[in-house]
Structures are given as structure tokens and as C-alpha cells.
Design a protein around this ligand. Structure first.
Ligand code: AMP
Ligand code: ZN
Length: 464
């Protein structure tokens, strides 16, 4: 499996640290607002990378953080007159709802910066002890020039960078390129005690600490949007490698931007749509499919025309799976005919084409093209085929779509008669004082969207 490594600027064969396992860290959002669809791009893209590794049999430890202490969160909290924690918790919840809508799998670990402060203090301490950091009046800085590889990831050179910046009259930093690891408390801001006084961590140290705790000193894949290459990821490397004395990440993957009118969608520029807004216009599955229609390292322009095209494309796939399913119900049983075997072989070739595309730096655009070819073939061959062939075609499509996080089959709805039978069973269980069973039935129904209401006139139910 080949993936493009930003560190070496070329595609490389993937070799895991531990055989059969992938440790993946994806920088998560700063939670002060609803996420926009630009933020959703890394979520969807790297969730698909994860799904593909899982399909290949790897055990993936997928870690993605929430940055829940930050200037923007504090600003929003002050505007609303509530605590920063209230803001971050609210938007973590909303972000999780959006991720669910986009069918992004729950991370193996979803750490929050504010719950990992001890680890950050410990790492900053190590950096000071090793001569890579220093404290001035409650602020701790990383001594950038103490780390000889600084700038490798972003192909930058410290002297060039320094020549390019106007030197602020900062009397504290020893060098203008030094960056903050710990900042002192300001009035009205959340803070934690530390050896350097009350304060809070800088942004970069979070990811160094959380990736080490949940994955290890050397992680397989570190990922995020391309705006994170510098300074965020460059600084993470400097901190982690200076503290741990080991290579930080073997592969660096960065997604290109989601643009509007060829400009990066961003909150600060104001040219954004939240996932929530978009979900009123399109099913989020369409947005997911749209995002995967381009290679993750190509910029993707967001426009109604392009999303409409994705919507139609997805519809074609879903309709095909539906019709295969209904044909399956009446098709004749028995082994495949020679003709069907030939068509099944053609599908197998297309699966290989799909895998080849995914294994060439996750070329989802080409993988989707292979799915469309299977749809085309199935549409002309299924009608006159037997059950074995139809099932094979349908199951293949379902599997390939599942890797892309596209749900092709709706869950079967419970029939009214099934619901009523379960309600009756629950009544009997209650009469027999078997409350455990009664509760079990209630939650089983709730899981399928059926809400029970015990009224004086008996049990009423409705679909959520
Ligand atoms: P932030 O909350 O700004 O730190 O962003 C969270 C993630 O979204 C990071 O990986 C960013 O690189 C990514 N991101 C932000 N804006 C865009 C965009 N317009 N297109 C693609 N990725 C983005
Ligand atoms: Zn990060």
C-alpha cells in the first residue's frame, strides 16, 4: 500500500511500526462553533483511510483530539457570559452529531486537551531539563534552534524564516522563532497550576502529548489539513523528538483545502457553510460522497452544481443496490451459469481496480469510478441472472461502498405488527414482575426509533 508522505514529498510503501497494526493521529477541531464543511474534509478523508486499513485486516488505533482550550473558545465564552468549558462541551456534542451524520466512525480515543494537562506539564518539564525549553516570567518557550531538524516537514529554513519576519519587540523570547509551550494565566481565563505558575498550555504541545499517550512515541500516520504543516506539525515534531529522542511519525498525510470560489473555506474569512446548514439542503451522505469524488490531495471546490452531480451519482449506486435486492427475492437458486461466472470475474477485476486505486495513495476518485463500472455491469446483467450472481454483485457493491463510508442498505423498519407483539410481551413481562425483560424490550424498541408511552388508557407508541 502506497501513501504520499509530506515529509519526503513522495509516495512510499506503508510499513507499520507493529505488524498488522496502524496507529493514526488526526488533529481535531477547535471547538468554539459548529464545524464547517472544510473541517469535515479531513474527518471524512482520514476516516476512509482508516476504513480501508480495516478492510485490509489491520487493527487501527485511531486517535483524534478536541482542542477545548483556546483563545477563540475563551472569546466566545466571554461574549456569551458562560464558562469556556460550557462552550467546548456544547460544540463537542454538536461536532459528534455532525460526524455521525457524515458516518465518520467513532475514534478509538477522542482525548480532550483539558483532560491531559498533567502529561503536558511533564513533557514541558522534560524539554526544560534537556535544554530545549526555557521559562521567562511564567511563559515557557521551545528553543527552536536547539532542534536541528526544524523545518524538514515544511521545507523551511530557520534563517530564511527569520529574515522574513519583522522582529516584534519581544524582550522575553531568546529568539523570534521560539514558540510557546505554556502561557501564564490572564484574568478571566481558565488555568491550571504548574511549576511555572498558573496558566494553560500552548496548542502544539497538546498533540505531542496525546499522540504519545494513546499511540506511543512513534506513530504510524499523523494526519490533518495542509494548513497544519507549518507551524503546528513542525512544532509537534520538534517537541516530541526533542523530548522522546525517537522519531515522531513515520508518515505524514495532509488533505488539500475545500474551497469556495477557489479560496479556502474558513471561519475567519467568513466564507463557510457549517455541516449543520448543509444538512438541511442535502443528506450528509451526499456531502461525504462529494468529498471522496476528488483525490484528498487535490483542492476541491464546493458548488451546488458539483454537489448535485455527486447526489445523482450516489443515487445511481443506491438504486442499483435496491433493485439487486428486489431481484434477489425472486431469482432462481442454484450455481452460476457460465455466462454469470464470466460476469462475476469481470466484477472481481473491477474490485481489483478499486483496491489498486485505494492502494495508490487513496485515490478515491478512481475507486469510485470502479464502483460505477460495477453498477453499469450489474444493471445490464442482473435481470436475467440467478440468485448467486445477483447476491455476489450486491454484496460486492455494499462492501466497496462501506469502505467509503457510504450506507447502501436501509435498516429494515419494524412492522406495526412486530411492534405490537413486543409491546404485548412487555405487558406480560411486567405482570410477571420480570422488569428486566420489560426494560430490555423498551430499549430494544427505542433503538429502532420506537417510543413507548405508558398512559392510563394503556401503552401508546410512536415512531421517532
Ligand atoms: P481547525 O478547527 O481550524 O483547527 O481545523 C480542524 C481541521 O480542519 C484541521 O485539520 C484543518 O486543517 C482542517 N481544515 C480547516 N479548514 C479547511 C478547509 N477549508 N479545507 C480542508 N480542511 C480544512
Ligand atoms: Zn495537532
Amino acid at each position: 500500500m502506497k501513501l504520499y508522505n509530506t515529509m519526503t514529498n513522495r509516495k512510499e510503501e506503508f510499513v507499520p511500526v507493529h505488524e498488522g497494526k496502524v496507529g493514526m493521529y488526526v488533529c481535531g477541531p477547535t471547538v468554539y462553533n459548529y464545524i464547517h464543511i472544510g473541517n469535515a474534509r479531513p474527518m471524512v478523508v482520514f476516516d476512509t483511510v482508516r476504513r480501508y486499513f480495516e478492510y485490509k485486516g489491520y487493527d487501527v488505533n485511531y486517535v483524534s483530539n478536541f482542542t477545548d482550550v483556546d483563545d477563540k473558545i475563551i472569546k466566545k465564552a466571554n461574549e456569551e457570559g458562560v464558562s469556556s468549558q460550557e462552550i467546548s462541551e456544547r460544540f463537542i456534542k454538536e461536532c459528534k452529531k455532525d460526524m455521525e451524520g457524515l458516518n465518520v466512525k467513532e475514534a478509538t480515543h477522542h482525548p480532550k486537551a483539558t483532560e491531559e494537562i498533567d502529561g503536558m506539564i511533564a513533557m514541558i518539564r522534560t524539554l526544560i531539563e534537556k535544554g530545549h525549553a526555557y521559562e521567562k516570567d511564567g511563559t515557557v518557550y521551545f528553543k527552536t534552534r536547539s532542534f536541528k531538524d526544524y523545518g524538514h516537514l515544511s521545507n523551511k529554513n530557520l534563517d530564511d524564516m527569520q529574515a522574513g519576519i519583522r522582529i516584534a519587540v519581544s524582550d522575553e523570547k531568546e529568539d523570534p522563532m521560539d514558540f510557546v509551550l505554556w502561557k501564564p494565566k490572564k484574568e478571566g481565563e481558565p488555568s491550571w497550576p504548574s511549576p511555572w505558575g498558573d496558566g494553560r498550555p500552548g496548542w502544539h504541545i497538546e498533540c505531542s502529548v496525546m499522540s504519545k499517550k494513546y499511540i506511543g512515541r512513534t506513530i504510524d500516520i499523523h494526519a490533518g489539513g495542509e494548513d497544519l504543516v507549518f507551524p503546528h506539525h513542525e512544532n509537534e515534531i520538534a517537541q516530541s523528538e526533542a523530548a522522546n529522542g525517537e522519531k515522531f511519525a513515520n508518515y505524514w498525510m495532509h488533505n488539500a483545502f475545500l474551497n469556495i470560489d477557489n479560496k479556502k473555506m474558513s471561519k475567519s474569512a467568513g466564507n463557510f457553510f457549517t455541516v449543520r446548514e448543509i444538512s438541511e439542503k442535502y443528506p450528509l451522505q451526499v456531502i461525504r460522497f462529494f468529498m471522496l469524488s476528488a483525490h484528498y490531495r487535490s483542492p476541491l471546490n464546493f458548488s451546488d452544481t458539483l454537489v448535485e452531480a455527486s447526489k445523482n451519482g450516489l443515487e445511481r449506486i443506491l438504486t442499483c443496490v435496491d433493485s439487486l435486492k428486489s431481484l434477489e427475492g425472486t431469482a432462481k437458486e442454484g450455481p452460476m451459469t457460465e455466462e454469470e461466472e464470466k460476469n462475476a470475474d469481470r466484477i472481481k477485476e473491477l474490485v481489483a481496480k478499486y483496491e489498486e486505486a485505494m492502494e495508490d495513495d487513496f485515490n478515491t476518485a478512481d475507486a469510485i469510478a470502479a464502483v460505477f463500472e460495477i453498477v453499469k455491469l450489474a444493471n445490464v446483467t442482473a435481470k436475467d441472472s440467478g440468485k448467486a450472481y445477483i447476491s455476489y454483485a450486491r454484496e460486492t457493491l455494499v462492501k466497496l461502498c462501506d469502505i467509503l463510508g457510504i450506507i447502501t442498505e436501509k435498516e429494515e423498519e419494524l412492522l406495526d405488527s412486530d411492534i405490537e407483539a413486543l409491546i404485548e410481551e412487555r405487558q406480560q413481562a411486567r405482570k410477571a414482575k420480570n422488569f428486566a425483560r420489560a426494560d430490555e424490550i423498551r430499549s430494544q424498541l427505542l433503538e429502532q426509533g420506537i417510543i413507548l408511552e405508558d398512559t392510563r388508557a394503556g401503552v401508546k407508541w410512536k415512531r421517532a
